[in-house]
Design a binder for this molecule. Structure first.
Ligand SMILES: [Zn+2]
Length: 232
């Protein structure tokens, strides 16, 4: 059985260690069978989140345990995506320092690097910076996102959705990495985006369960070197 709180806690620690989560940023996992979304509590620092700091909510944002800590105030990001998409079981919301620049500058974030091929074209942008706290906000987010697995929120951050926690975390890290390559290339000249055919070809080589597992292993190893994992 999947230990959802442990996975969510590990994911937060990795994203903190890799510079994507700070005092903000959160991860959720959806246990579809139980109908429970496991998500960060509001105030625990992401770098030391423990399974006990992960709280359960229903798809209507109601706590499954009324005595538990309060969930993050943008829990609607997570539940809205699970209500709308049955291909998604994990959501990451972070404020990635480089990828966020693209939404601010109005420059398309496009696949330029082999790992960034997972983007499947320009990352859509929700053209307003507000927190996503109610259904009007999340409707706007879902409309901007369409059937993509990522969306930038202008002047705010990014939302990433995927089939499981490991894929969503690796995808978030890949988006930031691709953004760094694209930003660097734009200093030197004009970045060349992959054609859709190129992106599809290298995505098939790079976005495999084996490759995602390898990268999760790498990040957890690096987190162990720095004392963020394992959770004691
Ligand atoms: Zn936010």
């Amino acid at each position: 059985m999947t230990d959802y709180p442990k996975l969510v806690a590990e994911a937060n620690r990795l994203l903190f260690m890799e510079g994507l989560a700070t005092s903000s940023g959160h991860v959720s996992a959806f246990d579809r069978e139980a109908g429970v979304v496991h998500v960060n509590s509001f105030d625990t620092p992401r770098g030391r989140l423990r399974p006990a700091d992960v709280v359960g909510v229903t798809l209507d944002n109601e706590p499954t345990d009324p005595d538990a800590s309060r969930p993050v105030d943008e829990v609607e990001i997570h539940t809205a995506i699970y209500r709308a998409r049955d291909d998604v079981n994990a959501v990451v919301h972070v404020h990635p320092p480089t990828a966020t620049l693209f939404g601010i500058a109005g420059v398309d974030l496009v696949p330029v690097h082999i790992r960034g091929s997972v983007l499947e074209g320009p990352v859509p942008v929700l053209d307003r910076p507000d927190k996503i706290t109610d259904r009007d906000d999340s409707d706007a987010m879902l409309a901007a996102m369409g059937d993509a697995n990522q969306v930038l929120i202008r002047g705010h951050g990014a939302v990433v959705a995927d089939r499981d926690v490991k894929s969503a975390v690796v995808r978030a890290l890949v988006i930031e990495e691709n953004a760094r390559f694209q930003l660097g290339a734009s200093v030197l000249g004009t970045p060349v985006a992959m054609t859709p055919a190129e992106a599809a070809r290298v995505r098939d080589q790079n976005w495999t369960p084996r490759s995602i597992a390898k990268r999760w292993t790498f990040y957890t190893w690096r987190a162990a070197q720095q004392g963020y994992l394992p959770i004691d």
